[in-house]
Design a protein around this ligand. Structure first.
Ligand SMILES: Nc1ncnc2c1ncn2[C@@H]1O[C@H](COP(=O)(O)OP(=O)(O)OP(=O)(O)O)[C@@H](O)[C@H]1O
Ligand SMILES: [Mg+2]
Length: 333
């Protein structure tokens, strides 16, 4: 249990082990940029720029967290195809341990086509192998080798969602801290057993629309009041309004490091999560984690895709200073 202003319990330390195990989905993103107008059925528009990048919330989180300096192991599934090779090579290049990723010969690696218009986008996803990954192979022996478990995109992964309580309970029995970002529910059913799930989640990381849908509440405030009865730390990402954290009735709103020249907003939330959890692992106070999350989210909007701005730790910190006047000891406590 964490208070917004006090340091969380320091994660346990073991040698030669992982800081974070990420359990989640893997896919490529084909990003279409510089489009004058949204395409209509039966018509065609031109995209003046195009990129194929590492997609998926979980992979962007893992990649950026690893680039920041954490030791990260990824658990998930791809097809045994070119997109799978691409995803694994991108993660490996950023230092993520991919040795435990399952290659499914029967299924395709997931892919998302993203159509960017200004700072928002429309997306179509073929889930492929991710839909069938249940995380049953994430056992106590593996969890015991890490300090923290992060789970993302449960609505895209029905088999994983089915096992969510078991997985979180296992992590807790191994004394890991945990975080969860549900991401959007494409079916818009929003069926998640929050009163049983959230007590097992140390940091819950939805965005504004997601927390309102998950709780069936009209405002972030009423949503926070509702889940605040049983949740630990909740951090809501508010896009250009920064983020709000909430613990036991105390909200803490932290303004963004505004970027007025957004390249695209893909992965801003995952980059926020990476920054937040990176600081959280070091035992930093929640408002420091939140501020670092905000700057990582802002940084993500300065380059294409979710990992474009995260080439090396030195480059990240230089860009944070140059673009947003943020230095690592720039912490308001
Ligand atoms: N235009 C922007 N300028 C500066 N910071 C931004 C901007 N957009 C987002 N951010 C930062 O990034 C964080 C996360 O962004 P956002 O709220 O869009 O998350 P999200 O909706 O979960 O994103 P995703 O689609 O990646 O899951 C915000 O809390 C904010 O701090
Ligand atoms: Mg998000």
């Amino acid at each position: 249990m964490l208070s917004p202003l006090s340091a969380p319990k320091p994660p346990k330390r073991m040698e030669n082990n992982y800081d974070v195990i990420v359990v989640g989905e893997l896919n490529v993103d084909l990003i279409l940029n510089h489009i004058s107008t949204f395409p209509q059925i039966g018509k065609e528009v031109l995209a003046r720029d195009m990129q194929m990048t590492l997609g998926s919330s979980s992979a962007i989180f893992a990649s950026n967290l690893s680039t920041l300096g954490a030791k990260v192991l990824f658990k998930g599934a791809t097809g045994n195809d070119m997109f799978g090779d691409f995803v694994i090579s991108e993660l490996s290049e950023r230092g993520v341990d991919t040795s435990a990723i399952v290659r499914n010969r029967q299924l395709k690696t997931g892919a998302t086509v993203a159509i960017n218009i200004e700072d928002d986008r429309a997306m179509v996803t073929h889930p492929g192998a991710m839909e069938h990954y249940s995380a049953e192979d994430v056992d106590v022996a593996l969890l015991s080798r890490a300090k923290h478990l992060h789970i993302s995109s449960v609505f895209l992964q029905p088999a994983l969602k089915h096992n969510l309580l078991t997985l979180l309970s296992k992590a807790k029995s191994c004394n890991l801290t945990t975080s969860l970002d549900t991401q959007w529910d494409p079916a818009e059913k929003w069926e998640l057993d929050l009163p049983n799930v959230l007590p097992l989640v140390d940091v819950f990381l939805p965005n504004e629309a997601e927390i309102k849908c998950l709780t069936h509440q009209p405002t972030v405030e009423s949503a926070l009041n509702q889940i605040g009865r049983y949740a630990n730390t909740v951090v809501v990402k508010l896009g250009v309004h920064g983020s709000i954290s909430y613990y036991k009735g105390t909200p803490n709103n932290i303004p963004p490091f505004l970027n007025n020249a957004v390249v695209d907003a893909i992965g801003a939330g995952d980059s926020f999560n990476a920054g937040f959890i990176y600081r959280y692992l070091s035992g930093a106070p929640i408002n420091d984690c939140q501020r670092f999350g905000n700057v990582m989210g802002a940084l993500s909007t300065t380059a294409p895709g979710g990992t474009g701005a995260f080439t090396s730790r030195a480059a990240i910190m230089k860009k944070a200073k140059d673009h947003f006047n943020y230095t690592e000891n720039d912490v308001k406590r």
